[in-house]
Design a protein around this ligand. Structure first.
Ligand code: COI
Length: 356
């Protein structure tokens, strides 16, 4: 039986920002979804309430041991004014996967989809329609039990907040990003939580990100933690290289996040009969391919970043600059196809979209 989601309407609607000043994750809509968990009631009392600060005990376990997970997906306004989601079930599945690894009680996937649908229905007017804009959906769970012993919490809060967004890196969505290959710090090791969308992964990446930014780069490219040799992923997206006509991306290995845009890219490339492989790829192989004139392109893929062409890649005092004007540019073709499907501008052969 469907659970009833209560609704408390705000009495103070916020002003909406123009599309060009949205940026990423700066503004939040009027309402949010909240649901709590405790041992006796399980997940209970799902409700949509006015967006507001949370009151938490300073001893809440999330502040001390970082038991927190999140997701990111988007709602798009189509040409004819409808609103649709992109593969929401994949995010919900991954949310539960993260729950399992982080010892958080899993959620009823139907209820989560219902919560997203109801919240977006209430906030429909917040879905922007400017070029490259969308409504970013951020579901997350935090451990709320007031307790300082190290074990998993017995209480949690699940929330969904919404943010109208433009491009993640600022400026044009297809602006090439500059990437620094990180060799001092590591992101995740096998057996750890690199393949899980848990907050600590991002906290652990900040130092390297800041150092790369100080050198003029947008993001870091992580290598494997054991040999510091194989390419893993970029700070906020999965990475792809096009070498001699074949698109190569690191295979999922337990320390790489299983991106939903990543899997959409793979599906589209196969559909187009573009040679594609998921395999181990060393940073040395990438640079060797470049020196042989065989490295044609590199790009990242992620929900927030969409498809981001790499403009520059720096490793071990060597630098690759990618020309962006190749007629066979696959990043641009992927960007256009994925965004066209999201915006209802071209057929959706995989049934990826879901109308709200
Ligand atoms: C996303 O692409 O949705 C992400 O979660 C990446 C980042 C903004 C943390």
């Amino acid at each position: 039986m469907k659970q009833v989601i209560d609704f408390v309407k705000t009495n103070r609607e916020k002003e909406k920002q123009p599309a060009e000043s949205l940026g990423f994750g700066k503004y939040f809509t009027d309402h949010m979804f909240v649901m709590d968990y405790d041992e006796t009631r399980g997940w209970h009392e799902p409700k949509v309430v006015p967006y507001q600060p949370l009151t938490l005990e300073p001893s809440s376990m999330v502040f001390h041991y970082g038991q927190a997970i999140f997701e990111g997906l988007k709602a798009y306004r189509t040409q004819d004014g409808k609103v649709q989601l992109f593969r929401p079930n994949k995010n919900i599945e991954r949310l539960n996967f993260s729950c399992q690894r982080m010892s958080i009680p899993t959620l009823d996937e139907e209820l989560v989809l219902d919560a997203i649908m109801q919240l977006i229905t209430i906030e429909k007017d917040w879905v922007p329609d400017g070029e490259g804009t969308s409504l970013y959906i951020r579901p997350f769970i935090i451990a709320t039990e007031p307790y300082l012993g190290v074990r998993s919490s017995k209480r949690y809060k699940f929330l969904i907040i919404l943010s109208p967004v433009g491009s993640y890196y600022g400026g044009d969505q297809l602006k090439p990003v500059k990437i620094y290959v990180e060799e001092n710090y590591v992101r995740a090791a096998k057996g750890g939580v690199g393949h899980v969308k848990t907050s600590g992964n991002y906290a652990a990446s900040l130092k390297a990100q800041e150092e790369a930014e100080a050198l003029g780069y947008d993001q870091v490219l992580w290598l494997d933690a054991k040999e510091n040799k194989y390419v893993e992923e970029v700070g906020s997206m999965n990475i792809f290289f096009k070498i001699k006509g074949e698109v190569v991306t690191p295979q999922l290995n337990g320390s790489i996040l299983s991106g939903i845009t990543r899997s959409s890219v793979l599906q589209l490339l196969e559909y187009w009969n573009v040679p594609v492989s998921e395999r181990k790829i060393s940073i040395e192989e990438v640079f060797d391919a470049y020196y042989r004139g065989e490295l044609e392109e590199a790009f990242g893929a992620g929900t927030a970043a969409v498809i981001s062409p790499v403009g520059e890649l720096s490793w071990n005092n060597q630098k690759i600059t990618f020309a962006q004007d190749r007629s066979d540019n696959i990043a641009k073709r992927l960007y256009e196809s994925i965004t066209n499907i999201q915006l209802g501008k071209e057929p959706d052969p995989f049934q990826w979209t879901l109308e709200v």
